[in-house]
Design a binder for this molecule. Structure first.
Ligand SMILES: NC(=O)c1ccc[n+]([C@@H]2O[C@H](COP(=O)([O-])OP(=O)(O)OC[C@H]3O[C@@H](n4cnc5c(N)ncnc54)[C@H](O)[C@@H]3O)[C@@H](O)[C@H]2O)c1
Length: 510
C-alpha cells in the first residue's frame, strides 16, 4: 500500500499467477485491507495448487526428508574465485567491529563466534547417516582471506580511528590491527541531514541532483573494483537509521525513481541512492538498518533486472533475537500474552541517532512488527487478540555500546492464570551484529553466483538475520528464528541437490 497523493491510497498486490495489480482507495485503511484480502486469496490459491501437485508427485509414505529438484533443475553454483570486495556505507561501530574482527580472525587472534557460515554445520540425509559438514565446506563461500574492504562515511576517520572511538573492542586488540585498519579510509558520503538529524560531518559529496550523487557513487564502485582487484562485490548498509518515511509513487518503478532523482524529490533518502548505485552496477545489497532502502518496488525491479540480490531490514541482534525465540515458544504451548514491554538503554552513536523521533519511529516500526506476525492474533484471538506491545529506546551515554535490554512479559496459562517473565539482556550490540554482517556478505555473494537465486530479487532465505525480513509485496514475513534457520539450511541443501529435511521421521520406525 502506498500514498499516491493526499487522499489517494493505492492497494498494490500480486495475484496467484505473479501478476501485479493496483487499485485506488480514499483511505489507507481501506487500501491496506483490500491488499491483505487479495494477497491472502492469492496465497491460498497458490498453496492449493502446490498441494495438488504434491499429491500427484509424492510417494505413499514420505522418508521424512524431501528430495530437492534434480541437479539439472537447480542450475549452477559458480565457485568463489578471486577477491570479494565489501563496500560499507556507514563506517561506525558495527562496520569497524566487523572489519576488525575479520582481520583478527585472519591473524589467528580470535575466533568467529556467532557466525553461522564459519562455525555452523548442516545435517544431510537421515539422522543415522552421520553427515554434518560445516556450512563453509558444504557450499562454495568466499574465504576470509579473500575479503577486501572500502566504505563511505560523513566523518573522515579511517577504520582504526573509527574503531577506537566506537569503544566496542579492547584498545590492545585495535592497536594490533592498526596497520590494516588505518588503510581503510572513508570515501565521501551521500548524506542529507534531514534524514539523520542528530549528526553532521564534513566528508560529504556535492552534486546538483540526486542522480549526480548516484553517478559519483557508481564511479566509487568502479574505482574500488579496479583498485582492489576484486572479482565480485557486495554492499552492506551499516549507516545510521534514517527518518521514517512511507513509500510514494516515486518508489514504484525504475522510471519514476530516476525521474524523481533528477528532480531532487525529498522522498529519496541517501540509503536509496547507495542502493540504486549498487544495483545499477549489478552489486548485491543488504540493509542492516530499518530504513526502507531496498524494500521498495523500484529496488525489486532493479535487483531482478540486474541479477543483484537484495535483503534486509535491520539486523536481528539483541532484544528482537530474544523475542523471536520466546514468542514462538508461547505460541507452541498455547500460552496467552497480555503485554510485552521492552525498553533499552544504550549510549553509542546509534543510540544518539535514535534519540531523534523520526529515526526512532523507523526503528520502532521494525521492532513492533515481530509479535503480530509470530503470534497471529487473527488465528488465536483468545490468546493474543488483546496484547499490548510497547518498545522504548533511551539514549544513555554512560553505557556506550554495551546496551541493556529489559523485557517485562505478561503471559497467562491454564484457566487464564497470569504469570510474568523478566528478561534483562546485558548485551554488546556490535559484537552481536558483526557476525551477521560477515554471514550476509558471504551468503549474498553466494546468491549472486547461483543461477537459481541471483534473479529472484529478495533473498527470503536470509530472513534469519533481520528484524523486519523482506518479502514480496503482500506476503507476510516469517519471524520465528527456528523456522528461519530451517529455511536457510534447506535452501543450502536444495542448492546442492540434497534432500530437504522435514523432521517427519517416520522412516526410523519402519
Ligand atoms: N548494533 C546493532 O546491534 C544493530 C542492530 C540492528 C541494526 N543496527 C543498525 O545498524 C546501523 C549501524 O549501527 P552502528 O551502531 O554502527 O551505528 P554508528 O552510529 O556507530 O555508525 C553509523 C555510521 O553511519 C554513518 N552515516 C550516517 N549516514 C550516512 C550516510 N548517508 N552515508 C555514509 N555514512 C553515513 C555515521 O556517520 C556513522 O559513522 C544503524 O542504523 C543501526 O540502527 C545496529
Amino acid at each position: 500500500m502506498y500514498q499516491k497523493k493526499p487522499g489517494v491510497f493505492m492497494a498494490d498486490w500480486w495475484d496467484a499467477n505473479g501478476l501485479r495489480h493496483r487499485k485506488q482507495f480514499s483511505t489507507s485503511a481501506a487500501a491496506r485491507e483490500h491488499e491483505h484480502r487479495e494477497t491472502a486469496l492469492a496465497h491460498a490459491e497458490r498453496a492449493s495448487r502446490e498441494m495438488k501437485l504434491a499429491a500427484r508427485t509424492s510417494s505413499p509414505r514420505g522418508s521424512g526428508t524431501k528430495r530437492a529438484s534434480s541437479k539439472a533443475d537447480i542450475g549452477t553454483l559458480e565457485p568463489a574465485k578471486g577477491k570479494l570486495g565489501v563496500m560499507i556505507p556507514g563506517m561506525g561501530a558495527v562496520a569497524t567491529t566487523f572489519v576488525a574482527g575479520v582481520e583478527a580472525i585472519r591473524k589467528g587472534l580470535a575466533k568467529p563466534i556467532g557466525s553461522l557460515t564459519q562455525m555452523g554445520t548442516v545435517r544431510l540425509g537421515k539422522r543415522t547417516d552421520g553427515r554434518s559438514p560445516k556450512i563453509k565446506e558444504f557450499v562454495p563461500l568466499a574465504g576470509l582471506d579473500d575479503l577486501v574492504f572500502t566504505g563511505w562515511d560523513i566523518f573522515e576517520d579511517n577504520m582504526y580511528e573509527a574503531a577506537s572511538k566506537a569503544g566496542v573492542l579492547d584498545y590492545r586488540l585495535i592497536e594490533q590491527l592498526k596497520p590494516f585498519l588505518s588503510t581503510v579510509t572513508p570515501r565521501p558520503a551521500v548524506f542529507d541531514h534531514n534524514y539523520v538529524k542528530k549528526i553532521d560531518g564534513p566528508n560529504v559529496k556535492k552534486g546538483k541532483t540526486k542522480m549526480d550523487l548516484a553517478e559519483q557513487l557508481r564511479d566509487d564502485i568502479r574505482d574500488f573494483r579496479k583498485t582492489s582487484g576484486a572479482s565480485r562485490l557486495v554492499t552492506m548498509w551499516c549507516g545510521s537509521t534514517e527518518s521514517f518515511i512511507e513509500p510514494t509513487e516515486a518508489h514504484q518503478s525504475l522510471r519514476a525513481f530516476e525521474k524523481a532523482m533528477r528532480e531532487n524529490d525529498e522522498m529519496i533518502a541517501p540509503s536509496m541512492i547507495y542502493a540504486y548505485a549498487s544495483l545499477m552496477e549489478g552489486v548485491p545489497f543488504a540493509n542492516g538498518a530499518p530504513n526502507l532502502t531496498v524494500d521498495l518496488p523500484v529496488m525489486l525491479e532493479l535487483s531482478r533486472k540486474n541479477e543483484a540480490p537484495i535483503c534486509g531490514k535491520d539486523f536481528k541482534t539483541g532484544q528482537t533475537l530474544m523475542k523471536t525465540v520466546l514468542a514462538p515458544a508461547f505460541k507452541a504451548r498455547m500460552l496467552g500474552l497480555n503485554g510485552w514491554f521492552s525498553t533499552n538503554i544504550l549510549g553509542n552513536r546509534d543510540g544518539e541517532v535514535l534519540d531523534d523521533p523520526g529515526s526512532f519511529k523507523t526503528k520502532e516500526e521494525s521492532k513492533l512488527s515481530v509479535l503480530e506476525h509470530i503470534l497471529q492474533p487473527d488465528l488465536y484471538p483468545e490468546l493474543y487478540g488483546d496484547m499490548y506491545h510497547k518498545v522504548r529506546i533511551n539514549y544513555y551515554p554512560p553505557r556506550g555500546d554495551n546496551k541493556e535490554g529489559w523485557d517485562n512479559i505478561d503471559i497467562f496459562g491454564w484457566l487464564g492464570y497470569p504469570m510474568q517473565i523478566k528478561v534483562d539482556f546485558l548485551c554488546r550490540d556490535s559484537i552481536l551484529a558483526a557476525p551477521i554482517v560477515l554471514d550476509l556478505v558471504l551468503f549474498l555473494d553466494l546468491a549472486k553466483r547461483t543461477s537459481e537465486l541471483r534473479g529472484l530479487g529478495i533473498q527470503e532465505w536470509l530472513s534469519f538475520y533481520f528484524k523486519s525480513p523482506m518479502t514480496p509485496p503482500g506476503l507476510y514475513p516469517e519471524h520465528d528464528l527456528f523456522i528461519q534457520l530451517m529455511k536457510l539450511k534447506n535452501t543450502l541443501r536444495h542448492l546442492k541437490g540434497e534432500e530437504l529435511i522435514t523432521h517427519l521421521g517416520l522412516e526410523y520406525y519402519d
